[in-house]
Design a protein around this ligand. Structure first.
Ligand code: UD1
Length: 327
């Protein structure tokens, strides 16, 4: 049986890091990306690249048949919470409707293994922190709802068609490839650490702090920032487990420690040795106060061991990428 993985959204931020991680260990990879936000130059050269849409069932089936795809890692999707609040139907289309179409195409093509990118924002904001996978769900943004809907579809597809799957719920992904091959490149990225890196390099005048009246120790939002390289490694472990026959399961991907916006600002100042200009702004629509993961399940089941678990390392790699990436 052939072992070829189809990576949708492989030209995107997390996708491109995972593609490099797969290629680095010699895996065979096909990338499907419509380049709506992804960057082709960031797709590792040894991957087969197909420009197209995940909802193009004919194309997906052709890829599966031509390359002998046995597993799919589905990264392609829209990820910006405030954008989803402004244009929810676009999010339901891209993250739900197109994901449904992709699932149907791969099931019909005979693929039995599927890894799905979900999010920590599916949990209820009053669920106890750190969040275990079984914690109550109550997504508040259209983005988060779209991801939970896709999780449900996958669960049902798993029961009905034997599509074994792993759902990875990402906490706040940040940083860039330590080898400098790829990083966060969306021109209008909204991520805190990405924007802080842009401010540190003088590309933005100041960093907005969105809300200082949250019920958190210093009043600013608390998140569990995870290095993208550690997240890519989690995907490889999930893939290997599925290929080894593992049952469907959901895993949190975070370090299990929370950091406030102000702590991130101090981290940037430590890395650069310079004060970071900030401006206090109103809360941003759809933002929960705190998201901290309980990662014990993935550590115990897959032996996942974070190797880049330091906020300064994350920030330094984000700044290094930002310096290299100039457009
Ligand atoms: C991010 C992801 C989302 C994921 C979620 C999981 C993106 C675009 N969003 O959302 O897909 O599901 O993590 O936890 O990657 N902040 C500022 N100033 C800024 C930017 C952000 O103060 O300029 C604050 C936010 O209010 C929040 C924190 O920083 O408290 C993190 O924000 P951000 O990096 O945008 O990520 P999330 O919205 O948490």
């Amino acid at each position: 049986m052939s072992n070829v993985v189809l990576v949708t959204g492989g030209a995107g931020y997390i996708g491109s890091h995972t593609v490099y991680a797969l290629l680095d260990r010699g895996d065979r990879v096909v990338v499907l990306d419509n380049l709506s936000t992804g960057v082709k130059a960031q797709v590792g050269k040894d991957a087969i690249f197909v420009q197209g849409d995940v909802a193009d069932a004919g194309l997906v089936k052709k890829i599966v048949a031509e390359h002998g795809v046995d597993a799919v890692i589905h990264f392609a999707g829209s990820i910006v919470v405030p954008e989803s609040v402004r244009d929810p139907l676009a999010y339901y289309d891209n993250n739900v409707v197109k994901t449904r179409s992709l699932m149907q195409a791969v099931v019909e093509a005979g693929v039995k293994q599927f890894i799905f990118s979900s999010t920590a924002t599916v949990y209820a904001s009053d669920a106890p922190q750190p969040l275990a996978e079984a914690a109550a769900k109550s997504p508040i943004s259209p983005y988060a709802r779209s991801k939970l809907m896709a999780e449900w579809m996958l669960e049902d597809a798993g029961h009905a068609y034997g599509l074994r799957h792993m759902v990875l719920r990402y906490f706040n992904v940040a940083g860039a490839d330590p080898k400098g091959r790829t990083g966060q490149s969306s021109p209008n990225a909204t991520h805190l650490i990405k924007r802080a890196a842009m401010v540190a390099l003088g590309r933005l005048p100041q960093l907005d702090i969105f809300g200082t009246d949250y019920p958190t120790p210093d009043g600013t939002g608390v998140r569990d920032y995870i290095h993208v390289t550690d997240l890519a490694a989690a995907h490889l472990l999930a893939l290997d487990a599925l290929r080894g026959g593992a049952a469907s399961v959901t895993y949190n991907c975070g370090y299990g420690r929370g950091m406030s916006v102000r702590e991130v600002v101090r981290g940037v100042e430590k890395v650069t040795g310079k004060p970071l200009p900030v401006r206090i702004s109103d809360r941003r629509a759809g933002d929960p106060p705190t998201l901290i993961s309980d990662p014990s399940r993935i550590k115990a089941a897959l032996g996942w061991k974070p190797a880049h678990d330091g906020i300064e390392e994350i920030i330094a790699s984000a700044i290094a990428w930002e310096q290299r990436f100039n457009r």
